[in-house]
Ligand binder design. Structure first.
Ligand SMILES: C[S@@+](CC[C@H](N)C(=O)[O-])C[C@H]1O[C@@H](n2cnc3c(N)ncnc32)[C@H](O)[C@@H]1O
Length: 314
């Protein structure tokens, strides 16, 4: 019988993995949706279970911010389960099924971000405006995408921004983008809207709804995991910094590899992360345990978001 070669990890591959012995230890930290007796048991925890069932057990009026990244309307495997592409109408009903128990949990000042792609966006907008105030749609240029001979390559995703009321948190100052200035105009001999620094001329620009400064996590990044649709920490950091304050409670009902709980923890917010696949729950738990050693967020340094490839050498 041929001997199967053990795959060795490339030296620069930093993908977070969990060994068999680690799993048992990590499992002890998870909360099971079925065993949840009091809402407070879910705070600052990864809750392993179905989101609709879990949401029904959380405290009404307790959530400041929701970041929801459910399976998009495409056929995709998530661990042991898979999502099958369906009609727009059925996808809309699915969104309604977990949004209904989520709405009573929101504070009157809460914000809600719902992620999707071009196929699911129409359903997200229709469902969202039935219950919430639509504020904006962010388009994230995620670059990576599968090429096609008969269609445009999909290299973007949408993040729909809703609020419960007209009173909500928006920390514009916390999410400005630092850009290199190509044409450094002056006015009366002084820099116009930019500053000369040691490594060049830079400007802090207002955050727009077109995000071109964030790449998907890849294998040489310390945040990378085996999750097939992991969101970048930099992307989630922008949402959390703009739409919540330290000490607020952030809910992610489809937490996957735990990006929202991890970033919330790095930015001193409370969190509740719900995920149905145990393997992903364990990865999320491992990532949370790593925050005490390293709370940095790639692309967010010295309190500033840097445009891609513009960060200065230290
Ligand atoms: C798009 S992924 C989220 C990825 C996540 N934002 C991250 O950064 O890793 C959606 C996740 O929802 C989970 N999921 C699907 N149906 C669920 C349900 N009914 N309850 C809880 N989680 C569910 C899937 O296992 C998958 O990990």
């Amino acid at each position: 019988m041929p001997v199967r070669q053990q795959k060795t990890k490339a030296p620069r591959n930093r993908t977070i993995e969990i060994s068999g012995s680690e799993k048992a230890k990590l499992r002890r930290h998870l909360v099971r949706s079925k065993g949840l007796r009091e809402p407070k048991e879910a705070v600052n925890k990864i809750v392993c279970g179905d989101s609709t069932e879990t949401l029904g057990k959380l405290a009404p009026g307790s959530i400041d911010l929701v970041i929801s990244d459910p399976p998009y309307n495409i056929t995709k495997a998530f661990g042991k389960n898979s999502f099958k592409r369906t009609s727009l109408e059925k996808y809309e009903s699915l969104l309604e099924s977990w949004l209904a128990p989520l709405l009573p949990l929101l504070k009157s000042t809460a914000s809600v971000y719902l992620c999707g792609d071009w196929r699911s966006s129409a359903a997200i907008q229709r469902v969202g405006i039935r219950h919430l105030n639509l504020r904006n749609r962010i388009t994230w240029e995620r670059e990576k995408g599968r090429g096609s001979k008969t269609n445009w390559k999909n290299a973007s995703e949408d993040i729909w921004f809703f609020t419960v009321s007209d009173k909500y948190t928006f920390n514009e100052d916390a999410v400005r983008l630092k850009k290199r200035v190509i044409a450094p105009y002056t006015e009366n001999g002084n820099p116009k809207d930019w500053r000369p620094e040691k490594h060049g001329n830079f400007r802090l620009t207002s955050p727009s709804n077109l995000w071109t400064d964030i790449s998907v996590p890849f294998w040489s990044m310390p945040e990378n995991t085996i999750h097939p649709t992991q969101k970048p920490e930099k992307l989630v950091a922008k949402l959390i910094l703009a739409s919540s304050n330290p000490g607020d409670l952030v809910l992610d009902p489809f937490a996957g590899s735990g990006t929202t709980p991890v970033v919330a923890s790095k930015l001193d917010r409370g969190f509740i992360g719900i995920e149905s696949d145990e393997e992903y729950c364990l990865i999320a738990q491992k990532r949370l345990g790593m925050v005490s050693q390293d709370d940095s967020i790639q692309g967010f340094t010295d309190g500033v978001f840097w445009e891609r490839n513009s960060r200065v050498p230290r």
